[in-house]
Design a protein around this ligand. Structure first.
Ligand SMILES: Cc1ncc(COP(=O)(O)O)c(C=O)c1O
Length: 357
């Protein structure tokens, strides 16, 4: 019940354990094609360039920046937590001219400030995190998309924690590049990062003046393995991880994406009402909260470390602590994918009652 990895279902473990096919085996290529279609549904896009990048969510982040940014490009990063800060670091390493707008950790990105900034300067790319896992805040990705569209640059959104647990509509929200991760609401072990590029993003990639500065993440080469009649080897695909991702996406679509999103919302509401019965308060305002990542204020006089180590050793429950400035101030309780179930909440509340009262 931490901020990811989440619990993995038996069906996904079974999928991971199937025999390893060759990476150019026709049966495996058919499975790759299905995965692309599954991912498009979860992202809300028709984008042709939709693939799982080998590596965790940060590989997806890095692949978006290395493919879409050239030295001297102007980039705006909207930051209200750890993962916005990481984007700033990644973009700066590529020689881009990076501006950032910083917002308080625990509150969302403010639209009027973004609008002001975009009125003053034209950006090649604007980036934001949808679900800030470090704080439990949901950013207004749809509204930011409308502002970025007027400004004319590409719009990049981190959906590592949001995808598969809340609404993500890549095409409707004018998102040009999106990446996610497997270990959050997809409930698959960590190791793959689904990425999608719009037509505009693909144009930017194909019209680059310089080569993509990272060979392993160069999507202009990777795409020749993931599409077309005859596939071209780039790197050996992590075959069994892709079986796991196939099954994880299948499970969500089988339950119904709409139902899965509703389940996350219902479990969040249940957790909040249970926490209130023992006097625990949420860190984020109600309308700005994520359903899958619940940030709880640590009560005065309670030791963060003691509570979390007792939860783990006596009750076998993991929750997360705060990061950076929020260290010792909040707990982060994940209700992601397979973990977003009544049983998880009942077990956690039983343990909290024993430890805290
Ligand atoms: C919002 C967000 N972005 C990016 C990442 C980085 O993903 P990973 O740790 O899988 O590389 C995480 C990981 O927790 C995340 O929560």
């Amino acid at each position: 019940m931490g901020p990811g990895p989440s619990c993995v279902s038996d069906s996904v473990y079974n999928a991971l354990a199937q025999s390893t096919l060759g990476h150019l085996d026709p049966a495996f290529i058919a499975l790759m094609d299905d995965i692309k279609e599954f991912l498009k549904k979860l992202m809300g896009t028709d984008n042709e360039l939709t693939v799982p990048v080998s590596g965790t969510g940060s590989a997806g982040m890095e692949s978006c920046f290395v493919n879409l940014i050239e030295p001297e490009d102007t980039v705006l990063i909207l930051i209200n937590g750890v993962f916005g800060t990481r984007m700033e670091d990644v973009a700066s390493r590529l020689g881009a001219k990076v501006d950032s707008l910083n917002f308080d950790w625990g509150t969302p990105v403010l639209l009027d400030q973004v609008e002001n900034q975009l009125m003053q300067k034209q950006y090649d790319l604007v980036a934001v995190v949808h679900a800030e896992t470090s704080t439990g805040v949901c950013n207004p990705v749809k509204d930011i998309g409308q502002l970025v569209e007027k400004n004319g640059g590409l719009y990049l959104v981190d959906c590592v924690t949001s995808m598969g647990g809340m609404e993500v509509k890549m095409d409707d929200w004018h998102i040009d590049a999106l990446y996610s991760g497997t270990q959050k609401c997809l409930s698959c072990p960590p190791g793959l990062s689904p990425v999608s590029f719009s037509g505009r993003a693909v144009d930017k990639l194909t019209n680059r003046k310089s080569k993509v500065p990272n060979w392993y993440l160069d999507l202009s080469m990777i795409i020749n393995y993931w599409s077309g009649k005859s596939r071209v080897y780039h790197h050996t695909a992590p075959i069994n991880m892709l079986y796991g991702l196939y099954q994880a996406c299948y499970n969500i679509l089988d339950e119904g994406l709409h139902n899965v999103i509703q389940r996350h919302r219902d479990m969040h509401n249940l957790l909040v009402s249970e926490l209130m019965t023992i006097g625990l308060e949420l860190f984020v305002e109600e309308s700005e909260r994520l359903p899958m990542l619940n940030a709880i204020k640590i009560p005065e006089g309670v030791s963060d470390g003691d509570v979390r180590s007792r939860l783990l050793s006596e009750f076998h429950i993991e929750i997360g602590g705060g990061l950076g400035p929020l260290s010792d101030k909040i707990w982060r309780i994940g209700l992601m994918g397979e973990t977003a179930k009544k049983e998880s909440i009942q077990k956690l509340m039983y343990a909290f009652r024993k430890i805290l009262t």
